[in-house]
Design a protein around this ligand. Structure first.
Ligand code: SF4
Ligand code: ZN
Length: 316
């Protein structure tokens, strides 16, 4: 059995890229240092912050809530709150909510659950059905993503949040990076920055990704060691398409050539810098939706556009 490179106890984690093995105690210390370094490096939080953690009930977001809550006890100016968006996905979301409530109550953090049904008049399941009947061309994840991002920003602001933390880890980021390249979605690349660049709008809450430099297997192990690991369940709408293949290929590359994921991340950061320099960084002013008053890139925000196409605008 491999031994910890620092104390000779049995190792629970082997960092191939770093060439070191860690026992439980030293893994948690390594994890903490890495996350704190990420937070510092990208200036994610200020001295006084009301941090809203976006939680889905999955392992990464539970790990983030747990980690930031623990860290906040050492920073007097930080207040941690949790926010879960319940899209209304039968047989799935109820289970992840149970895991979320267990962890939030154990930690004693303030939380809010916001439901599609209450905000839009319909659950995601119902919205997908309406879209099908109307012959709309969108995939379930398109409605889900647009409406979820809309509510995260709105609810975080209503909770008094000054910053919204999401649990994207290094694997998520580099997968999305490659996906955007394959699909020629250059305009989406600046959104993969560790701290949202803007747009500047009084109703827009800054977003940060504290696990930006942390591998998925590390957040998973953190969740296991802290007894956070949720019941494994997958969204029924998750389709294992291009992203799934990209994930598999990146993992294979990392296995054969340790450090590939970090290298991809550095490449992404460089591209973001270049896009920024040429004015494609996503900063600057943004308009206001003429229907709901939320930030919008055009006259009407994407959530209201979807609602109009679905014929459910009056159900607000
Ligand atoms: Fe939403 Fe798609 Fe994720 Fe399911 S897989 S939670 S529908 S984005
Ligand atoms: Zn709107």
């Amino acid at each position: 059995m491999a031994r910890c490179s620092l104390c000779d106890r049995p190792a629970v984690y082997l960092s191939k890229a770093g060439g070191k093995a860690y026992c439980e105690h030293h893994f948690l210390r390594y994890f903490d240092r890495k996350a704190r370094r990420t937070i510092r490096r990208y200036c994610m939080f200020r001295e006084r912050e009301n941090i809203v953690v976006a939680v889905s009930g999955g392992k990464d977001s539970l790990a983030l809530l747990h980690y930031l809550y623990r860290l906040s006890r050492r920073v007097p100016g930080w207040r941690i709150m949790a926010l879960l968006i319940d899209e209304g996905i039968k047989g799935y979301r109820e289970i992840t909510i149970k895991d979320f409530l267990r962890v939030a109550n154990e930690l004693g953090v303030e939380y809010r659950i916001v439901r599609f049904k209450d905000e839009f008049g319909y659950t995601l399941d119902e919205i997908i059905e309406i879209g099908r009947k109307r012959g709309l061309p969108y995939q379930p994840c398109s409605y889900c993503g647009v409406f979820r991002r809309y509510l995260l920003n709105k609810a975080a602001r209503e909770m008094g949040g000054t910053v919204l933390a999401t649990a994207h880890n290094l694997d998520d980021i580099v997968q999305t990076y490659l996906l955007n390249i394959i699909q020629n979605n250059w305009d989406k690349i600046p959104k993969l920055a560790p701290v949202s660049k803007g747009p500047s709008h009084p109703r827009f809450i800054r977003r940060v990704k504290p696990f930006y430099e942390i591998l998925e297997k590390e957040t998973t192990l953190y969740a296991i060691l802290n007894n956070l690991y949720p019941e494994f369940i997958e969204c029924p709408y998750a389709v294992h398409s291009v992203r799934w293949s990209i994930r598999r290929h990146i993992n294979e590359l990392e296995e054969k050539h340790p450090g590939t994921k970090y290298s991809l991340l550095r490449s992404l950061l460089r591209i973001i810098e270049i896009l920024d320099r040429y004015g494609y960084g996503g900063e600057g002013e943004i308009g206001t939706c003429s229907i709901c008053g939320e930030p919008a890139a055009h006259d009407i925000c994407r959530a209201c556009l979807f609602r109009r196409e679905l014929g459910i605008l009056d159900n607000r």
